[in-house]
Each structure stands twice: as C-alpha cells, then as structure tokens.
Ligand binder design. Structure first.
Ligand code: 2DT
Length: 217
C-alpha cells in the first residue's frame, strides 16, 4: 500500500527510438524507485493485451493493412482504454513508469508523410489524456541504433522511418513546455541510467510531495 504522505503518484513516460534501450531503462528505473520505498506500477503502449491492442499488434507485424488514420486512432484508443486506470492509480499514490505514450503516437504517424496526417492532426485524439509529469526522451542516432544489432521485423523498423521519427521527436522537444527531457542514450547502460535518474527522481519527489498535474491542452 502506498505511503500515507504521498499526495499522488508521478506519471513518468520514457520515449525514444527503437533500440534506444527503453525496456531495460524502464526496468532499472522501477527497481531503483522501488528500493527507495516508492510504490510503482508500469505500463507500456501499445498495450497489446486488449482487443484494440491485438489489432495494433497484427498491423505492426504486417499481418493486416490499415489506413494511416485508422491505425493512428487505434493507438490513441489504446491509450484511452487505460486513461481512467492511470488517473485512479496515480491518485492512490502509485508512481507510474510508462514505456511510450502519445509522443510516439504523434511522431510515428506523422513520419509516414501522409499529406492529410500532419503532426498537428495527430495530436487531436490525444487531447484530454492524463498528462505526464516528466517525459524522458532517449535519444539515439539511427546509425547507433543499427550498430546495436539491426532492427527487427516490425513495420516501422527501417532506417528512413527512424530518421524521420527522430527529427519529429526533436521537433516536439522544441515546442515542449519543459516537461520533456532529452537524454543521450548512445553510451553504456549505466551512464544512461544515471542521466535518467537525475531527471526523474526530483520530479517524482516533487509530485509525491504535493504538486498536481493537468490534462493535455
Ligand atoms: P514497441 O516496439 O515499443 O512495442 O512499439 N507506436 C507506438 C506508434 O506508432 N504509435 C503509438 O501510439 C505507439 C505507442 C512505435 C511498437 C511500435 O509502435 C509504434 C513502435
């Protein structure tokens, strides 16, 4: 059970390109926070367990084709399925560490260069979702990602796509209000872990101690 002194949990999002080490870093971050006595829940998007998540998974594995707008809205719906759970969990005092969120949703869809699917269009279905307190963007140059063993078989794991995704993440970062932190993920796991920790811990402590978030506007 969460500690009584916690006003609400913090909502922490980890974003980045494929092969940036998100999964490992999310695990390390969780165990460090847990060891300090924080109550932690994890989440990842897409959440492939729901019916919508299974449709997304089938799309990513090139088993089904869908219109670019349709798959975009399914990714968004997959977050809306969890929105209430996120709010309730935070208000119970759990800090949530989330592997990808609507930032991925925006940039991966906009990177397709569909003329009727601009970066600003992609944001609309996300408006009203719980807003993260801090977003760590694990930045990696695509050539570094490729040195880490090449990409997998899924839909977006191609160099051209990854280059555009990175540019769009950097564009979001420029327009951001300060909650998005860029972390160089090109070095060893331990160095990256330390950089993430420096960004996340102060935020978790501040939120658990009494500052409140708002919704995506
Ligand atoms: P993983 O490899 O992390 O499972 O991601 N994606 C993800 C989108 O296109 N839109 C989204 O809203 C989200 C959350 C990024 C699978 C792929 O799905 C992409 C990579």
């Amino acid at each position: 059970e969460p500690r009584n002194s916690v006003v609400r949990g913090a909502f922490v999002v980890v974003e980045g390109l494929d092969r940036a080490g998100k999964t490992t870093q999310v695990q390390r971050l969780c165990s460090k926070l847990y060891a300090l006595g924080h109550n932690i829940k994890t989440l990842r998007f897409p959440d492939r367990n729901s019916t919508i998540g299974q449709m997304i998974s089938s799309y990513l594995q090139n088993e089904t084709d869908m219109d670019d707008h349709v798959i975009h809205l399914l990714f968004s719906a997959n977050r809306w399925e969890k929105a209430k759970w996120i709010e309730e969990t935070l208000s119970k005092g759990y800090t949530i560490i989330c592997d990808r969120y609507f930032y991925s949703g925006m940039v991966y869809s906009a990177a397709k260069q569909n003329p009727s699917l601009s970066l600003s269009w992609t944001k609309h279905p996300e408006i009203g979702l719980p807003l993260p307190d801090v977003v760590v963007f694990l930045d990696l140059e695509p050539w570094q990602a490729e040195q880490r063993g090449g990409y997998g078989e899924e839909k977006y794991e191609k160099r051209e796509m990854q280059l555009r995704v990175r540019e769009l993440f950097l564009q979001l970062l420029k327009a951001d209000d300060g909650r998005m932190k860029i972390v160089n993920a090109g070095d060893g796991m331990d160095a990256v872990e330390e950089r993430i920790w420096k960004e996340v811990l102060p935020c978790v402590e501040a939120v658990e101690g009494g500052s409140f978030g708002v919704k995506i506007g």
